[in-house]
Each structure stands twice: as C-alpha cells, then as structure tokens.
Design a protein around this ligand. Structure first.
Ligand code: 1GP
Length: 235
C-alpha cells in the first residue's frame, strides 16, 4: 500500500525478547541503517521481556514495531504494531480467533492508525510458529500463491509475510508471490545469513527480515543491511 508507514521498508531486523543480546550487539543493530526493528518471537515472549527490550531499543532513533502474538505481551509504546493472521493455520484461533478476542478486550486502546494486519504464510513446517499454530506447510507453489492472492485480493490485507523461519526459502515462489499481489506488500523472512541470500531475497520481496543470524554471527547479520539496500526488486 503506497504511502503507508511500512511502505518504504526494505530491510528489518527481528529481535526476540526471549533471547539474550549484549548492549554492544544491540547498539550495532540499531545503528546499522536498517529501516526498523521488529520485536517478536514464537515462544517465551512476555510483557516483561518485551518492555525490557523496547526500553533498550528506545535509546536509539530507529523505528520499532511490535509483532503482537499474544495478548499478554501487547506492550504500549511501540512506534507501530503488526498483527499476524496465520493464513494456513489448522487451528482457526490463529487465523482470526485470538485477534478478535484482543479487539473485544482492548478495542478502545488499540492505536489503529499505527496497526496493520499481516497475513502469515508459514512454509517451513519445522518452524516454531508452524508448530504453535498447526500450520499446514506442505503445499504446492500454486497453492501458496492462491493463499497470497486470497490474502491480497479477498481479505485486502496490507501485508503478506512469507515465513520460512530457520531455513532459506524458495525465492522463485517468493518472486511469484510479489508479482501476484495487487496492493499488499510481500515480506520475506527465513534463513538469511549472508549477503548473497540477503540480496537474493531483496530481489524477490518488498521487505526482507533478518532474525536468527543476529544471535549466531553478528557481522554477517550487519552486512545484510547494505546488501539489501543496494539491491533492487526484480519481479
Ligand atoms: C523469523 O522470518 C523471521 O520470524 C526471520 O527468520 O530467524 O530464519 O532469519 P530467521
């Protein structure tokens, strides 16, 4: 969606409140030139560890967006909020059940103008998010594209997040997804641990997320920023 707050984002780092990160590493991440920091995780995310991470990131000017996966960890004070709807979840509660419960409970407090829904398509069955939501990840490319188009054109979701967390995905599928949308932005995340992979993903998706490698190889993580920024989308 042109003009939206996330519309120009090409590169994001995703930090997990349940994982340790030194002040030096956080400084390097926040000063890296990334477009924003996304805070989120699939397990062990609490109000307390989310507040703590937010307050550490707040020492920097970088934008900070919370991916809200549980009511308990919906912390106020972020610049923006993403709310995932797991498109291929076997359990309906992950598609819209938990989200509507949150609206019922916190409707008055939700800052809608800085909140956007993300249609999540989880394509790595081994990812924690797949296990938690019971996502059906074994699908053909045509099926995946159909999910993307349903999210984009039927549900009019502003974002479709192709999630391969923990493994590098099929970039031809991601490219096809990006080509197939009419208004949604395609976010890709999963297994980006080098400049080569970062550039490949940046050619295929509007926005690229880098997660795990922050914790295992900080230098490689930092190098992905420039790699993504120097690469144009080719679809
Ligand atoms: C996780 O998509 C993100 O939700 C990033 O994946 O941790 O594999 O980089 P990785």
């Amino acid at each position: 969606m042109d003009g939206a707050w996330y519309a120009s984002w090409r590169h994001l780092f995703k930090l997990d409140p349940d994982r340790e990160l030194s002040d030096e590493a956080l400084d390097a991440i926040c000063m890296s030139g990334t477009d924003a920091i996304m805070v989120g995780g699939s397990s062990g995310v609490t109000f307390d560890n989310t507040v703590e991470l937010l307050s550490r990131i707040r020492r920097y000017a970088v934008d900070c967006v919370l991916e809200v996966t549980s009511l308990e960890a919906a912390v106020p004070g972020f610049d923006y909020y993403f709310v995932p709807l797991v498109l291929n979840a076997e359990k309906a509660e992950w598609l819209i059940g938990r989200q509507s419960e949150a609206v019922r409970e916190f409707g008055q407090l939700i800052p809608w103008e800085i909140t956007a829904g993300e249609g999540y398509l989880i394509l790595n069955g081994e990812a924690t998010a797949a296990k938690v939501s019971g996502a059906r990840s074994d699908m053909t490319e045509d099926e995946a594209i159909a999910y993307v188009q349903a999210a984009d054109r039927l549900m009019r979701l502003p974002i479709v997040y192709i999630e391969y967390s923990g493994t590098f995905g099929d970039m031809s599928l991601v490219k096809r997804a990006t080509k197939s949308v009419s208004q949604a932005r395609i976010i890709y995340g999963g297994g980006i641990d080098s400049v080569e992979r970062a550039a490949e993903a940046a050619r295929a998706a509007h926005t690229v997320i880098v997660g795990n490698v922050i914790y295992s190889d900080l230098e490689s993580a930092l190098a992905t920023v420039q790699a993504v920024k120097e690469t144009s989308l080719v679809v």
